[in-house]
Design a protein around this ligand. Structure first.
Ligand code: E4P
Length: 219
C-alpha cells in the first residue's frame, strides 16, 4: 500500500520523508491556500523534495478548455506531478484528451461507484473517493472503498484506488481492509496512527525492569 501525505506543509513533508514511508503528496487548493508564498514555487519544491514520489496538484480553473490548458501547464512543473481534476461530467471530454496526451491524472471528489467506473474506463491513474465527506453527512463512507475495490477487480481496470478525505485512524484501518492501493493521510492522523499507547507502555515497563538489575554494559 502506498502512503501519501495529504498536505502542502513543506516542513511536515520533509520530516516525514526521513521515515522512508511516504510515497507521495496530495495537495489541493485548500492546502495551498493555507501555505504561505507562491503556490507554483511550493509545488515545485515539493516535487523536488520527493523526486520518486507522486505529487498531486489540483486544477483551479473552471471552464473545461481552461482546465485542459492549466492541467498541461501544471504537469510541466515536475515529472512526478499528477493532475487532480474533479469528477464532474463537464470534464470527462478533457480527461479523455489529457490521457491521450500522456498526462497522469488523479480524479478527485469521487462519491459514487458509477463515477469510479466511468473514470476507470477512461484509464485515469488514480480515483480518489472521499470517505470522510460521506461520514460528515452521516453516510458510511468506507463502503465506497470496498465497492470500488470489487468493481476494479471484477473488470480488471488498472486505475488505482486512492482512499481520500481520511478523518481518523479507523479510516486508515478500513482503507487497508478494503484493499486501497493508496491512502492519503493528513499529517496529524499519520502521527496518531504511527503510535500506540501499549507500545509506549511496553517500552516503559521493559526499561523499568531492566534498570532493576543495575547492569550498565550490555552486551
Ligand atoms: C485528497 O486528495 C484531498 O486532498 C483530501 O483528502 C480532502 O479531504 P477533506 O475532506 O479533509 O478536505
Amino acid at each position: 500500500m502506498k502512503i501519501f501525505l495529504d498536505t502542502a506543509d513543506f516542513k511536515a513533508i520533509e520530516t516525514w520523508k526521513e521515515t522512508g514511508l511516504i510515497d507521495g503528496v496530495t495537495t489541493n487548493p485548500t492546502h495551498l491556500s493555507k501555505a504561505k508564498g507562491d503556490p507554483t514555487k511550493l509545488v515545485q519544491a515539493i516535487a523536488k523534495a520527493l523526486p520518486k514520489g507522486v505529487i498531486s496538484v489540483e486544477v483551479t480553473e473552471k471552464k473545461p478548455d481552461a482546465v485542459y490548458k492549466q492541467a498541461k501547464a501544471i504537469a510541466k512543473l515536475g515529472k512526478n506531478i499528477v493532475i487532480k481534476i474533479p469528477c464532474h461530467a463537464d470534464y470527462y471530454g478533457i480527461i479523455a484528451k489529457l490521457i491521450k496526451d500522456g498526462v497522469k491524472l488523479n480524479i478527485t471528489l469521487v462519491f459514487s461507484l458509477v463515477q469510479a467506473l466511468l473514470m476507470s474506463k477512461l484509464g485515469v491513474q488514480y480515483i480518489s473517493p472521499f470517505v470522510g465527506r460521506w461520514d460528515d453527512i452521516d453516510v458510511e463512507g468506507v463502503e465506497l472503498l470496498y465497492n470500488i475495490r470489487h468493481m476494479l477487480d471484477e473488470y480488471g481496470y488498472q486505475t488505482q484506488l486512492l482512499a481520500a478525505s481520511i478523518r481518523g485512524v479507523r479510516h486508515f484501518h478500513e482503507a487497508i481492509m478494503a484493499g486501497a492501493d493508496v491512502i492519503t493521510v493528513p499529517v496529524e492522523i499519520l502521527e496518531k496512527a504511527s503510535r500506540h499507547v501499549l507500545t509506549d507502555q511496553g517500552i516503559e515497563k521493559f526499561d523499568a525492569d531492566w534498570k532493576k538489575i543495575g547492569i550498565r554494559k550490555f552486551p
